[in-house]
Ligand binder design. Structure first.
Ligand code: SAM
Ligand code: SF4
Length: 266
């Protein structure tokens, strides 16, 4: 389906939970206590209905994100449900990688095609600092497991303050080169202040090329990360919520004051 600015919308990013096992400084600064009550999270059946309605409207790409998708129990079952939908030929996940060592094989078997793994530094001390206690060795083990099960391509998401010239980013780039992985540098964004930049090595942040909708963990289809507009799938039904979100896509992002990265999905 085309939006009012002629862009064909084919890509749905689904935040399956607002929970996470890390506290990255740029994502969960101080409002970590404010979690959605469980009944507001969409069930796997509801999420699958939305993906099916999207596929009926011509979507072919779905990415699971969060929060941390691997902390939601039964996530492999959701992947199985989604991989069975005709028309979705690119099913992927964005994860912090902490639990990926155990999950890589079952996810691949369930039909997940590829993963993006967040990695802002390869220095264990810095990793602990940036994530408030995360263990880098688990992420590196997760990346190795992802390579072993044949996810392809594996992309690393590296958030930088200003540029890929920073020490942490350069070390991540060198690690990626050694391991044969792709890396995308994402400049730290601010939803409330509407600060966003084109992702280096990707197309995120480039409004002219935007082909996405987002489904938040509490069931709003959102036309843009930098907008407060959202359409409830529980109130409108999945198909109508998607159609209205496509019609409401802004020409370019502005700002978003009503949600957080982890609820809407980065
Ligand atoms: N927990 C998973 C992870 O970290 O990969 C998936 C969800 S996370 C919100 C998705 C992506 O959003 C991550 O790559 C993360 O680095 C990015 N992100 C979160 N907050 C951000 C911010 N303020 N600016 C830029 N990227 C951000
Ligand atoms: Fe968790 Fe991902 Fe946000 Fe980090 S970026 S706190 S891993 S949701």
């Amino acid at each position: 389906m085309r939006d009012p600015f002629g862009r064909t919308i084919t890509y749905l990013r689904i935040s399956v939970t607002d929970r996470c096992n890390l506290r990255c400084r740029y994502c969960m600064p101080d409002e970590c206590a404010e979690l959605l009550p469980r009944e507001r999270l969409l069930s796997y059946e509801e999420i699958t209905d939305v993906a099916r309605a999207a596929a009926d409207l011509g979507f072919n790409k779905v990415r699971l994100t969060g929060g941390e998708p691997l902390v939601r129990s039964g996530i492999v079952d959701l992947v199985k449900m989604l991989s069975g939908i005709g028309g979705i030929d690119d099913l992927s996940m964005t994860t912090n990688g902490v639990l990926l060592e155990a999950y890589a094989a079952p996810l691949a078997e369930a039909g997940l095609g590829r993963v993006n793994i967040s990695l802002d530094t390869v220095n264990p001390e810095r990793y602990r600092e940036l994530t408030f206690g995360g263990d880098l060795s688990r992420v590196l083990a997760g990346i190795r497991a992802a390579m072993q099960v044949g996810f392809n391509p594996i992309k690393l998401n590296c958030v930088v303050e200003k540029s890929s010239d920073e020490t942490d980013a350069r070390e991540v780039a060198a690690y990626a080169l050694r391991e044969g992985l792709e890396v995308r540098f994402i400049r730290n964004m601010n939803l409330e202040q509407g600060e966003f930049w084109v992702v280096q090595g990707g197309i995120g942040g480039n409004c002219e090329l935007c082909n996405r909708l987002r489904l938040s963990s509490d069931g709003l289809v959102r036309p843009c990360l930098f907008s407060d507009v959202g359409f409830s799938v529980r109130e409108l039904g999945a198909r109508q919520a998607i159609i209205r979100a496509i019609d409401a896509k802004p020409e370019s992002g502005e700002q978003c004051r009503t949600t957080t990265f982890r609820r809407i999905g980065g």
